[in-house]
Every structure is written in structure tokens, then in C-alpha cells.
Design a protein around this ligand. Structure first.
Ligand code: GLC
Ligand code: GLC
Length: 670
């Protein structure tokens, strides 16, 4: 890395520390009062005219993205020009209805476009019913979220799903209503307002790829209405479906094999996931306009982050796996342009659980750079964490992460260790072979390891969707159970419990140092174990992803301040990391991240270069004790460094720093 690497990315030097902020704020208050008087703001200006002018400025500013984004996907539509104008009318109408406090947030974020990149951003993810029963119930736990330092909450699917099995809410029957079991649209607005008052963003899912078969559009299509049939991908016979299926993988081979479902009238409809999840036809401009209207309908009461579900699948092309097609990126760019115009406080997060080469483009690559999604799940980081722990070898991780394309500086990864889904081993043959393993062999090993069947495995988990045709399978289990806590507790093995907790702290330190928003999955902060109670509910009993979607154990959470308990050790460890992260400007997501190979297969390391001085993060992902040679600091542009996670640890060029099993060090200039 060159000495100049920290220059030229436009990052501001460190702001004053907390102690000086009070005085600075007070002076700002006085300065604002003077400015108000000088501007004559006691005499009300024509606010309406100014707001409208601002809308037109944004339309102009983001028009090229909208235009360019829709050009190819809409190329086949005759109604294109008319639809584009109708879309602009929707944007303007929704903006006109946007409440004053959210317009203020819009303005604020236009001046602080890096708001979501701040090191203070910590995400927390939960199912409303499993965390607190209802949306109103969530408000009883605001202090808990505050204690954790949460600034972003992802409410798992809350829009009205179909009855019966609904894929955890990912089969939406009405995008404009909230699941009545959780509450109402008003409750959502109330919660979003409470969150906002505490500096917390509200993220909800927007399922873009498919609706439930029970959605009124799908019902009309099933009844033969041509307008709504054109919202989906339907075929009169098996001819095209058969041709597509030659190259289509299956997402749920065990219970939803194939990618098409036959309708009572004989037609076939595209259903990538379950038979009751119908894929939308994004070549139809109306689908785009409907979705944007839905986004704005939820943005105006205060939702400010949309998780775009299953985006990789939005565009189909014969002869391909129908994922990650170029048109997906065009559409995402156009979606973002619409939000910037009509609700600029809103950002988008891509859920594309795909291989490394296909993932980076969701943050925008080439002509889309920085113009696509603001956030995207970094599933490769997650996969590599688990892979390194199991193999006790970081070579694959170092290789894959090092080769990963750099993200645009205006975006952030959503970095996570566990989420509500299974872990799919997105590791290519080429990468596995580069370290001497076979792709299928390594993937099969990982599933065996985390299912707990591999000799010596510390994990307790379950295989998901074994596909005999491809030999592939995925894994389910909570962070704690996969990391060894369940086994350690069951065996009464205090050392194994210690190791499991260390693995979890290590994982948290990894995602907190990465260039993005760390997403904590509910219950992991207190080590909730696999939960088999889903088997009692016939609607979901087939889907063992529910083992890692437990109900919040508030009784266990009570122990979070007791250092003698597992809950206390985990919670204190995590909140300490969060507090330290908050003050480290190097962990702002605009700060470049460079993976470095320190030449030790136990260690994974990267550097965040910053005008304040670099931060070098080093992790021992194995159960072996090793040392970091002080000479490696030079690779990160550091000479003598101190570990901010363990201030007793210092190292200079001639020395070494101990790296016991599963330690994380965040090294900065001493
Ligand atoms: C996403 C969700 C997953 C769901 C799928 C289909 O991948 O995370 O839970 O099954 O989309 O909607
Ligand atoms: C989506 C995700 C995939 C996940 C699946 C269901 O396809 O991309 O990773 O396994 O949904 O869980």
C-alpha cells in the first residue's frame, strides 16, 4: 500500500470529541439565531414555492439516472413515454404529501449523504412478533435498543402476507397494509416516529421479485385479466419453461422443485421460490410504477430504508441462471433515482446472496458506480468467517476478500454473521482450488461441519435444501449454536463455552470493523440457541430456517449485566465493541478498506486508511496461538501501534504481539 493511499477520498478530519461538543453546539445555537434574524426568517418565507423548486432541482439532478436506468428494461414497451410521465406525476404527488418533519430529514440527509456510513451506525434485525408481539410492543423496548447502541432497525417482513405458509412474510398479499397480527399502518408510523426521535432508522422489506398468489394482481391474472397477466410471466404451455429450466437452478429443491407452476386454466406462471410466490414481470413499466408508489407510500410515514428482497432474480434471460442480469442493475439505479427525487432521506439495501463477482455490482459498478443500492449484504464476508473457523485456515478468506472489488466510497456493506436465512456456501471452484481444495468438496465439508456431523465439529446446526442433483446443501442454526455454545453448554464444558464466546466476540469485532453497517440479528447478543418449537406449527414445520428465528428470551436478557453469565459476557463484550467503534473515524464506511496478507494462515487482516492514521484490524480465526510480527504493521502504514480493544497491548517494528486463539485486535497509532 502506498503512503498516499489515505489521500483523495474526501474524508473529513476527526470532529471534536464528545467533551468539546457541548460548547460547540451552544455556540451553533447562537449562530443560528443570528442567521435567522439576518435572513428575516421571523417573517415566513414562501415555504411551498421553495420546496417545489427543490423538487424540480432534484428531478433534474437524478433525471439522467432515471432515464438511463429505464432505457433498456423498458425498451420493449410501447407505452414507455406515457409511463415515464405518469411516473413523474406520482413522484411529485407523493412529494407534495410528504410531512414537514420528513422533508426536514430529506434536507438534512442531502447535506449529509454519508449519514448511514457513520461508525455509530449499528443495525438490529428482528421479527416483530418474536421480539415484542406487536409494533406497539416494540416501543416498550426502545431502551434496550438504546443500550445496545442500535441506530437502524430492520423489522422483518411486516406487510400483509398470504394466509398459511408465507415464507416468513416474503409472500405479500397486500403491500399497502401491515400484517394485522402486528398492528396497523398507523402503528408502523408511530414506531418509525419514535425511532426517529432516538436517531434510529426504520428498515422494512420490499419484496420486489414476487407477490403472493393471493395478491389482487395475481388473482386478476389468474382470472385471465390481460392487464394483470402482464404483471407476471405466464406461458401457454411448457415450451418456454422447459427451455428456461435447462439453465435454471432451484432455490427450494426439497419442497418447491422447478421454477414454474401450472394455473387451473393450464397456463404456467414463473415461480422461482414457492408455488405461491409469483415472479413479477419487470419488463412491464407498470410494475415499476406500482412499486415506486408503494415505496413512497411507506416512506412518507417514516420508513427510510428498504431492503430489496431477492433482487438478483428480477430479470430473466434465456440460457442463463436468470440472476444478476444487467437489467437488474438498470432497474435498481432507476429505483434509487426515484427515491432521491421524491423522498431523498430514503436508501435501499440489496439482498443479493450471490457469489463474490456478482455481489459488488449491487453497490454500482462501471456506469452505475455509486448510483445503485446504498447498502448490500456482504454474504461473502459472512461465509468466509464460518469457513475459516471450520478449516482453521484463513488463506481462502484472505484470497477472496483481497480480490473483492472495492465498493464505491459513497456506499456501505451490510456486514453480518447471521441473519434469518440459511448460510449458502458461495465459494467458487476457482477460489477453492487456488488454496488446494475442491469447490464441491469444501462446500460439502462446510455443511457437514456445521451440521455437527464432522468429527471434532464444535457446531450444532441443520442441513437445509440438500440437492441430490448438484450435491449442494446449505446450513441453518443460530450464531451461538453454530459457534459452539450449544455443544459447550450441553457437555458442561466450560472451556468450550469460553471458546464459543470468543468466536462470537471475534465475529462481532470482524463485522464492526468492516466498511459498512454491522447488522446484529436479534438474540445473538445474548447467545440464543437453536429453537425447535417451529415443529409444532404445521404452517412452518417444513422449513428448518425457523430453528434460528427464536422468540426473544427477555428472561435471559435480564442477565445481560451479570458478568458471571453467558448473556452478560456476550452483551458486555458486544456493547464495549460498539462504544469503541463509535469514536473511530477510521471505521466510517467511506474509509477505504484493504485486505493485507500477513503471511500467517491463522490470521486475517485489513487496513482502514484514514487521515487520522490507519487502523489495522487483525483476527485469529483459529484455535492456535500465534503472533503478529510488528513488521506487518508497515503494510498498514503504522509503526508503533496500540490495540484499542486491549490497551495493554502495544507493538513496534521490532516486536511481536500475541494472537491467542480467536482474538481480534484493532491497532491504531500509539
Ligand atoms: C429472500 C429472503 C428469504 C426468502 C426469499 C424469497 O432471500 O431473505 O427468506 O425465502 O427471499 O422471498
Ligand atoms: C434467496 C437467497 C438465498 C436463500 C434463499 C432462501 O434465494 O438469495 O440465499 O437461501 O432465498 O433461503
Amino acid at each position: 500500500m502506498s503512503a498516499g493511499a489515505s489521500r483523495g477520498h474526501g474524508i473529513e478530519p476527526a470532529p471534536p470529541r464528545a467533551a468539546d461538543i457541548g460548547e460547540q453546539e451552544a455556540a451553533l445555537g447562537r449562530a443560528e439565531a443570528v442567521a435567522r434574524r439576518a435572513l428575516g426568517l421571523d417573517v415566513a418565507p414562501d415555504a411551498g414555492a421553495l420546496e417545489s423548486e427543490a423538487f424540480l432541482l432534484r428531478l433534474r439532478r437524478w433525471w439522467p439516472d432515471l432515464w438511463d436506468g429505464l432505457r433498456t428494461p423498458w425498451a420493449g414497451s410501447r407505452a414507455r413515454d406515457r409511463e415515464l410521465l405518469a411516473l413523474v406525476a406520482t413522484l411529485a404527488t407523493r412529494w407534495a404529501a410528504r410531512p414537514a418533519d420528513l422533508r426536514a430529514l430529506d434536507r438534512d440527509r442531502l447535506y449529509h449523504p454519508d449519514w448511514f456510513q457513520d461508525p455509530s451506525m449499528i443495525g438490529y434485525v428482528f421479527y416483530v412478533d418474536r421480539f415484542a408481539g406487536t409494533l406497539r410492543g416494540v416501543e416498550d423496548h426502545l431502551d434496550y435498543l438504546g443500550e445496545l447502541g442500535v441506530r437502524y432497525v430492520h423489522l422483518m417482513p411486516i406487510l400483509k402476507p398470504r394466509e398459511g405458509d408465507n415464507d416468513g412474510g416474503y409472500a405479500v398479499a397486500d403491500y399497502r397494509a401491515v400484517n394485522p397480527r402486528f398492528g396497523t399502518v398507523e402503528d408502523l408510523e408511530h414506531l418509525a416516529t419514535s425511532f426517529r426521535a432516538r436517531g434510529i432508522s426504520t428498515c422494512i422489506d420490499l419484496v420486489l421479485n414476487h407477490t403472493a398468489a393471493e395478491h389482487p394482481w395475481a388473482q386478476a391474472a389468474a382470472a385471465g385479466d390481460p392487464r394483470y397477466s402482464a404483471y407476471y410471466l405466464t406461458y401457454p404451455d411448457r415450451q418456454l419453461p422447459d427451455r428456461y429450466e435447462r439453465t435454471l437452478p432451484e432455490v427450494f429443491p426439497e419442497w418447491a422443485p422447478g421454477n414454474f407452476t401450472q394455473l387451473p386454466d393450464g397456463r404456467w406462471v414463473w415461480t422461482t421460490f414457492n408455488t405461491w410466490q409469483w415472479d413479477l414481470n419487470w419488463a412491464n413499466p407498470r410494475v415499476f410504477s406500482e412499486m415506486i408508489d408503494i415505496v413512497l407510500e411507506h416512506a412518507n410515514p417514516g420508513v427510510d430504508v428498504f431492503r430489496l428482497d431477492a433482487v438478483a432474480f428480477m430479470w430473466k434471460r434465456m440460457g442463463t441462471n436468470c440472476q444478476n442480469q444487467p437489467e437488474v442493475h438498470d432497474l435498481l439505479r432507476a429505483l434509487r433515482a426515484c427515491a432521491r427525487i421524491a423522498a431523498p432521506a430514503v436508501i435501499f439495501k440489496a439482498e443479493a446472496i450471490v457469489g463474490p463477482a456478482d455481489l459488488a455490482p449491487y453497490l454500482g459498478e462501471g456506469r452505475h458506480a455509486g448510483r445503485e443500492c446504498d447498502l448490500a449484504y456482504h454474504n461473502s464476508l459472512m461465509v468466509q468467517y464460518w469457513s475459516s473457523l471450520a478449516t482453521r485456515d484463513t488463506r481462502l478468506m484472505t484470497r477472496v476478500m483481497d480480490a473483492f472489488p472495492r465498493k464505491p466510497s459513497t456506499t456501505a456493506w451490510a456486514s453480518y454473521i447471521r441473519c434469518h436465512d440459511d448460510i449458502g456456501w458461495a465459494i467458487t471452484e476457482e477460489d477453492a482450488e487456488a488454496v488446494g481444495w475442491s469447490g464441491p468438496g469444501h462446500r460439502a465439508f462446510l455443511s457437514e461441519y456445521y451440521a455437527g456431523s464432522f468429527p471434532g465439529s464444535f457446531a450444532v446446526g441443520e442441513v437445509f435444501q440438500f440437492n441430490p442433483a448438484s450435491g449442494d446443501s446449505r446450513i441453518n442454526g443460530t450464531f451461538a449454536s453454530l459457534a459452539g455454545l450449544e455443544r459447550g453448554l450441553a457437555d458442561g464444558d466450560a472451556d468450550e463455552v469460553d471458546r464459543a464466546l470468543a468466536r462470537m466476540q471475534l465475529g462481532n469485532a470482524l463485522i464492526l470493523a468492516w466498511d459498512g453497517i454491522p447488522l446484529l440479528y436479534m438474540g445473538d447478543e445474548i447467545g440464543l440457541l437453536n429453537d425447535h418449537s417451529y415443529l409444532d406449527d404445521p404452517r412452518i414445520a417444513l422449513d428448518n430456517r425457523w430453528i434460528h428465528r427464536p422468540r426473544m428470551r427477555w428472561d435471559a436478557a435480564e442477565r445481560r449485566h451479570d458478568p458471571a453469565t453467558v448473556e452478560g459476557r456476550l452483551f458486555e463484550g458486544l456493547t464495549r465493541l460498539i462504544a469503541i467503534r463509535r469514536d473511530l473515524r477510521q471505521l466510517h464506511a467511506a474509509t477505504p478498506l484493504e485486505v493485507i496478507d500477513v503471511g500467517d494462515p491463522c490470521l486475517f487482516a485489513f487496513v482502514r486508511s484514514h487521515p487520522d492514521g490507519a487502523l489495522m484490524a487483525v483476527f485469529n480465526l483459529t484455535d492456535r496461538t500465534t503472533t503478529l510480527d510488528g513488521a506487518a504493521l508497515e503494510l498498514g502504514g503504522l509503526e508503533t501501534a496500540i490495540d484499542v480493544l486491549d490497551e495493554g497491548q502495544r507493538v513496534g517494528p521490532g516486536g511481536t504481539i500475541p494472537m491467542p486463539p480467536y482474538t481480534a485486535r484493532w491497532l491504531v497509532r500509539a
